[in-house]
Design a binder for this molecule. Structure first.
Ligand SMILES: [Zn+2]
Length: 379
């Protein structure tokens, strides 16, 4: 068995300072420091007063370090798995873009292959973003590939897809929601022009979450509350890109005050320019210009982000003043719950997988552990 000593262990409602975390592939025990006998352990990590938290689960990420989920090569996902632990991530949903179906299928096939392979951060399945979206709120998605929703177009990958982002107002009827529910796929409202009434109806019928709240949807208007109004008026889970570019800190505070903390899901929506310096990049076949770490299309539209999960946690904490256990849950327990894997992942508890990350007060990641194995160690 292995041990981590001298860490501040972030539990769901508290931070424990005088416990030793014992683990193999799973978390075996939280032992009082006074009872710890070092000679009994094969490997001991000294956290040196830093935080130990559950590993982050990113349910919306397109790429990083020069690769994209839509690249039709096994190397793309392999590289993401290898570099994401440096940002505290231990599991993620590679996210596809609006594209022609043959390209989406190739990407989903790569995701399916990567699921179940143990190497670096885990691939839990895919997040299908488009092509069933609103052209009016396509954001950085390619308009020419937007099509009407039909479950039979994706049913071959129903085992792989965990979340579908779509515009519910474009559906002919809600049978699509029933097909998703039967297959354990979460329906997420996003890239949507729906008004408040349409959004409330969709939420009552099958939408359980909203994709990057505020982005790629009508602005919140006091007489036209729209998707944002419906999201704030209900208990749906809301993804948030807390990079201070996609959502102003004041609106992050509004979300924090309006929503229960357990309904906020921090994501990055990052693209291949993430973890790279400024320069020219690409998203969904379109050229992206990254300047001062803000990614835009040629027309100025904000494209995906270059945000990392540890930075998202740091910014949301600093912007809202929320306590660290609550913000950590937004990057671990909350996504684990919605994906139905909270029994095994998403918090530090005896019997759960030893998916852990160690960081300081600035959220600089020092070590990341997946299933008991160290997959990242700062220098
Ligand atoms: Zn996205």
């Amino acid at each position: 068995m292995k041990a981590i000593v001298h860490g501040k262990i972030i539990m769901e409602n508290k931070i424990a300072e005088d416990l030793v975390l014992l683990y193999d592939e799973k978390i075996e025990k939280l032992l009082p420091l006074a009872d710890f006998l070092p000679e009994n352990y094969a490997e001991i990590i000294d956290a040196a007063g830093r935080y130990i938290s559950p590993g982050f689960i990113n349910v919306h990420i397109h790429g990083c370090k020069g690769v994209d989920v839509m690249d039709d090569t096994p190397e793309a996902l392999a590289l993401m798995r290898q570099v994401l632990p440096a940002t505290g991530v231990t599991a993620f949903l590679p996210t596809t873009m609006t594209a022609d179906f043959s390209a989406i299928y190739r990407s989903l096939a790569q995701i399916r292959t990567a699921m179940g392979v143990a190497s670096g951060a885990d691939v839990l399945g895919g997040h299908l973003e488009g092509p069933f979206i609103s052209e009016a709120y396509k954001g950085a998605q390619a308009a020419k590939h937007i099509v009407a929703a039909a479950f039979n177009r994706i049913s071959e990958y129903k085992d792989t897809i965990k979340i579908i982002t779509l515009a519910p107002e474009t559906l002919k009827d809600y049978s699509f929601f029933a097909d998703c529910r039967q297959n354990g796929i979460l329906v997420s409202q996003g890239h949507s022009a729906a008004d408040y009434a349409q959004s409330m109806e969709a939420i009552a019928t099958g939408v359980s979450r909203v994709t990057h709240l505020f982005n790629a949807m009508p602005v919140l208007h006091h007489r036209r509350p729209g998707v944002v109004g419906a999201a704030l008026d209900t208990t749906v889970n809301c993804e948030l890109i807390a990079d201070n570019v996609h959502v102003h800190p004041a609106l992050q505070r509004l979300v924090y005050r309006s929503k229960k903390p357990e309904n906020i899901i921090l994501i990055t929506d990052s693209m291949r320019a993430c973890l790279l310096p400024d320069g020219i990049s690409e998203l969904g076949g379109q050229t992206v210009f990254v300047e001062k770490q803000i990614a835009r299309l040629a027309d100025g539209t904000i494209a995906g982000s270059v945000l990392t999960m540890n930075e998202a946690v740091r910014r949301f904490r600093d912007n809202t003043g929320a306590d660290l256990p609550a913000v950590i849950a937004m990057a671990s327990a909350n996504p684990a719950r919605e994906l139905g894997i909270y029994g095994e992942r998403g918090s530090i508890a005896v019997g759960k997988r030893a998916d852990l990350t160690i960081f300081d007060a600035d959220l600089t990641i020092f070590k990341t552990i997946v299933k008991g194995k160290m997959v990242y160690c700062k220098e």
